[in-house]
Design a protein around this ligand. Structure first.
Ligand SMILES: C[S@@+](CC[C@H](N)C(=O)[O-])C[C@H]1O[C@@H](n2cnc3c(N)ncnc32)[C@H](O)[C@@H]1O
Length: 469
């Protein structure tokens, strides 16, 4: 049952990293320069990280190292774009308190399930409940799903959907099967942790329905998922005494946490124009009774609007990210570190180097950029952006809080002034050399000449576009 190979590799990695940090390196800043941030060949799928796929999650090695280098046991680590809880899981493993915020209700459910340890009695109850359900599906203990890895993980990074319309994949038989599982889960409702786990296993099963060519036998996938989850908990319990993780569903631009309350921030925000999480997850959310439309309205970086002029998405995104940075600054203790992981994206045939915008805006939010680290992404973990192709590199901005931001995150005039300055700087670059993304090579010159005009039009509507919906 256990995926012992992955676990052994993980343990080896842990030992190696521990040796480097404790015996070779004398300061955290030296470590940042010495570490090879590519982490080539290292496993990212271990213990509760395997519970559910999630697009564009970052590798656990990044939060792990920052937590080890910049905090001590019991400190608070915060991730305002927590996604499926990578930072929170690593905080738990390292005996820190983790606090995560995400607007996506499915992300919050997954994070909670990964960081709420269950005791052996509850584990037996969960497995017993699945055995009962097994009878409904007339299965034997030994009927298993061959293609899932033993730890129950499946690759999440490329999101290869079959070419058919997703809704057509849910045949009446599959709907019936999933409904039976869901109804059965209701009997766990009196125990929130178990119920959450059941829902996450159901959601992971729904992703398999979407991603696989198989058209039946999804209860077996669900059962295997539950078994691998209980195994992951057993292994986690051997390493971790208690979990002190809090997950809040909310907006990174206005966070319900007190000022100067956290010791470290490690996060990877959404990219502009790259991925709509609400779209990726809408089937899962519909099955779990979650309001994906409400999430869509508050999602940063989505691209289901401003279709006629994508530069308007950029000013909106910069405004949103600047508000989030002001909030990060408010919540972080003075002199402490905020690490932001982000890659490039593109829109309107222009390359968008988000880390450069972030670094400039960080200054206005009370941060100093101490380092910009560069990393290559493992070839198997790249994800696709229509305009710039595979995203195969990313940056880690290491910011230090050197003062308070001069205004609050809801100060529209302040946010607009910083976004305007950044958009005007960007326009200077575009005016000189329009069409900087690789796909612009295919564009006729007449179309390239229109780019600066489109950008100018977007700059004219900044005040309107940066408002929070
Ligand atoms: C790149 S992902 C983070 C992945 C995360 N590091 C992980 O490993 O799972 C960006 C996250 O930002 C979230 N998000 C988008 N808009 C948000 C908002 N307004 N407030 C908080 N989170 C938001 C998305 O739901 C998504 O989970």
């Amino acid at each position: 049952m256990a995926n012992t190979k992955q676990l052994e590799l993980f343990e080896l990695q842990e030992k190696r990293r521990d040796m480097t940090i404790r015996h070779v390196i004398t300061s955290p800043w030296e470590a940042l320069d010495r570490v090879n941030w590519d982490f080539t060949g290292e496993t990212t799928q271990y213990l509760t990280h395997t519970f559910h796929s999630y697009p564009a999650r970052f590798i656990p090695q990044i939060p792990n190292l920052f937590i080890q280098l910049f905090t001590k046991e019991g400190d608070i680590v915060f991730d305002p774009f927590a996604g499926c809880g990578t930072t929170l899981v690593e905080a738990m493993f390292l005996s820190r308190k983790g606090v995560g915020v995400d607007m996506n209700p499915l992300a919050c459910l997954i994070s909670k399930a990964k960081t709420t340890l269950i005791n052996p009695d509850d584990e037996s109850r969960l497995l017993g409940s699945v055995s009962k359900l097994q009878e409904v599906f007339h299965l034997r203990e030994s009927d298993d799903v061959p293609y899932l890895t033993q730890a129950g993980a499946f690759d999440d990074t490329d999101m290869k959907f079959p070419k058919r319309k997703i809704s057509e994949l849910f045949t009446p038989e599959i709907i019936d099967e999933l409904k039976k599982i869901k109804e059965h889960l209701d009997e766990l409702k009196d125990n929130q942790a178990l119920f959450n786990l059941g829902l996450v296993a159901l959601s992971a099963t729904i992703r398999v329905v979407i991603e696989s060519e198989r058209r039946n036998g999804f209860f077996k996938t669900f059962r295997q998922k539950i078994r691998s989850m209980t195994y992951a908990f057993e292994e986690t319990a051997r390493r971790v005494g208690t979990s002190r993780v809090t997950v809040l569903q909310g907006d990174a631009r206005r966070v319900a946490l007190p000022a100067k309350s956290v010791d470290l921030i490690v996060t990877s925000p959404p990219y502009v124009n790259a991925l709509d999480y609400y779209r990726v997850h809408q089937y899962n959310m519909a099955w779990l009774g979650m309001d994906y439309y409400a999430f869509r309205l508050q999602e940063i970086g989505g691209h289901s609007h401003f279709i006629a002029n994508r530069f308007r998405l950029l000013s909106e995104y910069l405004g949103d990210m600047f508000r989030a940075m002001i909030e990060m600054n408010r919540i972080l203790k003075s002199d402490h570190i905020c690490a932001i992981v982000v890659g490039n994206s593109s829109l309107e045939y222009e390359l968008i180097e988000s880390h450069k915008f972030f670094s400039a805006m960080a200054k206005d939010a009370g941060f100093e950029t101490r380092k910009t680290l560069f990393r290559n992404i493992d070839a198997t973990r790249k994800y696709h952006n229509q305009d710039i192709g595979k995203i195969n590199t990313e940056y880690i901005l290491v910011l230090q809080k050197i003062g308070d931001a001069p205004a609050k995150s809801n100060n529209d005039a302040f946010v607009a002034s910083v976004v305007r300055r950044e958009m005007l700087k960007f326009k200077k670059r575009v005016d000189k050399n329009p069409g900087s993304s690789v796909h612009a090579k295919r564009l006729p010159i007449t179309r390239i000449r229109q780019i600066p005009k489109r950008l100018e039009a977007a700059i004219a509507t900044i005040e309107k576009d940066i408002g929070i919906k």
